[in-house]
Ligand binder design. Structure first.
Ligand code: TYM
Length: 336
C-alpha cells in the first residue's frame, strides 16, 4: 500500500531523561514500530515540551540526540517512517497558537498532568508553557491530520482535548482538521513502578524504573528487588497483587505467552523464580537495544543528518495543513 493511501499515525516522546524506560517501550514505542509497516507514520522527539519545566541546555541537547538514537534502536526505520525532532518543524508552534485561541482557560486548567506538575512545583513557579503544554501536543497531532495516536493510558486526557479542539475548529471554520483516535494497548497501557506498584513507572523514580539503557546487572537487580506482597501464589490480579501482576504483564508483553499459560507455569513455584525469569526476559529484550544506541551515538553527525531528513519530510505535510488552517481562520495569504 502506498503511504498516501494508508491511515496516518503520529506520536511523540519527551527527551526528559537520559534513557527511555520499559513502560515507554511496552506502552508506546513497540506499537510505533508495529504501526510503521501499516501506517503512514510520523514520530517525534518533543524537545519543546521538555522545556516546560526547568532544564539545562547542554543536557537537553544530549538527551534529544540519545532519544532519537533510541527511536532508531528500538526498530523505527527512517526509510519507512518520518522520524524527527519537534523544534525542527516550526509549524507545530504556529498551529499551537491558533489552537490556544480555541481553548477555554477553564478547560486547560482541568488537565490533570498540569495540576499534578504545578502542585509539585508551586503555581508561581509553573510556566505558562506548562499550562499550554497539552495544546502544543494537540498541534503536534493535528498538524499531520493523524487518524491514530498510539500512547499509554496517561495520555488519554490530552487526546480527548485534541479531539475536542479539532471538532470545535471544524465546527467554527469548516472541515479542516482530522479528528484523531487514541490507540491505547490495554494490556501494557500502564506499566507500574517496581518499588511502588500503585504508581505508573516513571523516570523520576529510578529504583522502580527499568531504563532501556540500564546495564544488565543493574536492571536485573531492580527487577529482583521488585516489591510484591506477603502472599505466595502467582496469579494475575492487578488490584490485590499489583507488583506480581506487573511482572507477569511484562513477561506476557515481551514473550507473547498468554496469561493463562504463564499462571500455569508458575503454579507451584515462588516469587524468586518469577523475578529471576522476568529479569532474564527483560535483559534479552533490552541489551541489544542498549548496544545499538551506543553504536548510533558514536556518529552524532549521522544522527543529525537523519533528523534533517525526517524534518524535511515532516515539514511538507505540516506546511500543507498550516496553509489550510491559516486560510480557514482568515489570514491573508501572500503570493508565493
Ligand atoms: P512521555 O514522553 O511521558 O511518554 C512517551 C510514551 O510512553 C507512554 N508511557 C507509558 N506507557 C505505559 N506505562 C508507563 N508506565 C508509561 N509511561 C509513559 C506514554 O503514555 C507515551 O505514549 N505528552 C507526551 C508526549 C507528547 C505526545 C505528543 C504524545 C507530546 N506530543 C503527541 C502523543 C502525541 C508525554 O509526555 O509522553
Amino acid at each position: 500500500m502506498s503511504a498516501a493511501s494508508r491511515h496516518r499515525v503520529l506520536s511523540g516522546i519527551q527527551p526528559t531523561a537520559d534513557s527511555f524506560h520499559i513502560g515507554n517501550y511496552l506502552g508506546a514505542l513497540r506499537e510505533w514500530v508495529r504501526m510503521q509497516a501499516t501506517h503512514d507514520a510520523y514520530y517525534c522527539v518533543v524537545d519543546q515540551h521538555a522545556i516546560t519545566v526547568d532544564h539545562d541546555p547542554a543536557v537537553l541537547r544530549e538527551r534529544t540526540l540519545v532519544s532519537f538514537a533510541q527511536l532508531l534502536a528500538v526498530g523505527l526505520d527512517p526509510a519507512e517512517s518520518t522520524i524527527f525532532v519537534q523544534s525542527h518543524v516550526p509549524e507545530h508552534s504556529q498551529l499551537a497558537w491558533i489552537m490556544e485561541c480555541q481553548t477555554g482557560f477553564g478547560e486547560a486548567s482541568r488537565m490533570t498532568q498540569f495540576k499534578d506538575k504545578s502542585q509539585k512545583g508551586g503555581a508561581d513557579r509553573s510556566s505558562v508553557g506548562l499550562f499550554t503544554y497539552p495544546i502544543l501536543q494537540a498541534a503536534d497531532i493535528l498538524i499531520y491530520q493523524a487518524n491514530a495516536v498510539p500512547v499509554g493510558e496517561d495520555q488519554r486526557q490530552h487526546l480527548e482535548l485534541t479531539r475536542d479542539l479539532a471538532q470545535r475548529f471544524n465546527a467554527k471554520f469548516g472541515p479542516t482538521l482530522t479528528v484523531p483516535e487514541a490507540m491505547i494497548v490495554k494490556e501494557t497501557a500502564k506499566i507500574v513502578d517496581l518499588q511502588d506498584p500503585t504508581a505508573k513507572m516513571s523516570k523520576s523514580s529510578a529504583p522502580g524504573c527499568v531504563f532501556l539503557l540500564d546495564e544488565d546487572a543493574v536492571l536485573t537487580k531492580k527487577i529482583k528487588s521488585a516489591v510484591t506482597d506477603s502472599d505466595r501464589d502467582i496469579r494475575f490480579d492487578p488490584v490485590n497483587k499489583p507488583g506480581v501482576a506487573n511482572l507477569l504483564t511484562m513477561q506476557q508483553a515481551i514473550t507473547g505467552t498468554s496469561m493463562a499459560e504463564l499462571e500455569a507455569s508458575y503454579a507451584d513455584r515462588g516469587y524468586g523464580d518469577l523475578k529471576t525469569e522476568t529479569a532474564q526476559i527483560a535483559v534479552d529484550l533490552i541489551a541489544p537495544i542498549r548496544r545499538r544506541v551506543v553504536e548510533l551515538m558514536s556518529d552524532k553527525g549521522e544522527l543529525i543528518n537523519l533528523m534533517g531528513i525526517g524534518a524535511g519530510k515532516a515539514r511538507v505535510t505540516a506546511g500543507e495543513t498550516l496553509e489550510k488552517v491559516y486560510d480557514a481562520v482568515g489570514f491573508v495569504p501572500l503570493p508565493r
